[in-house]
Ligand binder design. Structure first.
Ligand code: LLP
Length: 430
């Protein structure tokens, strides 16, 4: 891989740091990010918008990987940050990101979360449903605060991706249903909410999308919704947020560069507004996976093996579904290779298993590899998004450490949990 070359000993390099040195210092499992790659990706996103000459805002969907360091990096690189819970909001604020650069999503923001957001002076709230309008009205009334609001629309656009991560279809828990006129109802109710400035509309059709067609349909439909809110309801609109969802390659499948997809989305929006004789509003996107996914590599230590003659070969690593539940949840596919030795030709297929007590705890099925030895280091690629963020303590397994690597230097950004950390909140009987 061009992003992850090897040194003269055949050791994998991440941000110019040898994977062997990384695990000697930080242990395994370890999630190592190529920090330069994250920054380059963000800069490429900025360039596309600048090339296309449209007003824009890019927010990092922190759900993909939320720690203080990534929030700081995103802010440094000129991104806003999308948060979906009190915990993500807390993390971004604790990282020193100004509240005005944050916006909050969620289909069931609790009163505490919404109050926290409003009291902090959050940049925008994406209002999801009628109950939330009432809650928002109460909080604005009590606090005397003002807030910018986007209306989340369920646009009835199907994205071609896994059902569980597809969100734009009509039958979804998110947003106001366009087909049954809930969006218009939301516009008219929000108009009556004092101190809520309704600045635009939002839709997100799903995640891990490669095809621009869904976005084209979305842009067209949302331009209509935007025009309606602006002209018929007289709302002070200036923003169209088209969500995130830009796909990344996980294995050696062919994937278009993500910047091309973003360019396609921008052009679709331009065309949709041009067709209505309107200026393009501030185009807002909120990518998560595409920013951090490709830059993350998880390093595991090989432990035990089990060869079942004529059936399958298992190799177990010292992590699994607790640090990466994506195969178990979505049947996700990954690529991996050894990080401590040259990329030799494979001997046979090996299935990479985790250490949890269930059979579904797998990372990769039937990956052609040179035969593993205990102590080998296995690097699993494209694990920067929705891995650490979705890590669990199943079997009381501590969360791995996370490092950022750049120009040959590694920086710890999340400490490894200890066994004591895992039991920290327990209240023993005696
Ligand atoms: N905006 C909204 C409203 C979203 O719901 C999401 C993702 C994003 C932006 C960012 O989407 P991205 O650019 O990362 O695709 N855990 C799943 C992915 C769930 C995505 C949830 N929403 C996975 O591991 O594939």
């Amino acid at each position: 891989d061009a992003h992850f070359p090897r040194d003269e000993k055949g050791h994998l390099l991440i941000g110019g740091v040898s994977a062997v040195d990384l695990v000697a210092q930080f242990g395994t499992p370890l999630i190592a990010y190529d920090e330069g790659l994250i920054r380059d990706t963000i800069r490429a996103f900025h360039r596309v918008f600048q090339d296309e000459g449209v007003p824009y805002q890019i927010s990092y969907a922190s759900k993909a990987f939320c720690t203080m360091a990534i929030c700081q990096l995103a802010h440094e690189e000129g991104l806003g940050i999308d948060v979906v819970s009190g915990g993500e909001l807390y993390t971004a604020l604790a990282a020193g990101v100004p509240a005005s650069k944050l916006h909050m999503h969620g289909n069931n923001k609790t009163p505490e979360e919404l109050e926290y957001a409003i009291e902090s002076g959050i940049g925008a709230v994406i209002v999801d449903n009628f109950d939330e309008i009432d809650l928002l009205a109460d909080i604005l009334q009590e606090t005397g605060r003002t807030v910018d609001v986007l209306v989340r629309v369920a646009p009835g656009v199907e994205a071609h991706t896994h059902d569980y991560i597809s969100t734009g279809q009509q039958d979804s828990k998110f947003g106001f249903d366009l087909a049954s006129h809930q969006v218009e109802e939301a516009f008219s109710r929000l108009k009556e909410v004092e101190r809520a400035r309704v600045i635009g509309v939002h839709a997100h059709i799903g995640s891990q999308i490669f095809d621009v067609e869904g976005f084209r349909l979305l842009a067209d439909r949302m331009a209509g919704v935007y025009e309606d809110g602006l002209r018929r309801f007289g709302l002070p609109f200036s923003v169209l947020n088209l969500g995130g969802g830009f796909g990344i390659p996980y294995t050696d499948e062919d994937a278009p560069p993500v910047a091309d997809l973003v360019r396609g989305v921008i052009r679709a929006a331009k065309a949709a507004f041009a067709a209505r004789g309107m200026d393009v509003p501030v185009l807002w996107i909120e990518p998560g996976r595409s920013i951090v996914g490709p830059a993350g590599v998880t390093l595991y230590r090989v432990g035990s093996r089990k060869v079942i003659p004529g059936v399958r070969n298992y190799v177990a690593i010292d992590g699994g579904m607790t640090d990466n539940p994506r195969l178990a949840l979505y049947g996700a596919k990954y690529h991996a290779c050894y990080a401590n030795r040259a990329a030799d030709p494979p001997d046979r297929p090996w299935s990479v298993a985790g250490k949890c007590c269930e059979s579904g705890d797998m990372l990769i099925w039937d990956l052609p590899l040179p035969d593993p030895q205990p102590g080998d280091l296995l690097a699993v690629f494209a694990t920067g998004a929705y891995t650490y963020a979705m890590a669990s303590h199943y079997n009381r397994i501590p969360k791995p450490a996370v490092v950022f690597c750049r120009d040959g230097e590694a920086r710890l950004v999340a400490r490894r949990e200890t066994w004591a950390d895992v039991a920290r909140l327990d209240v023993p009987l005696r």
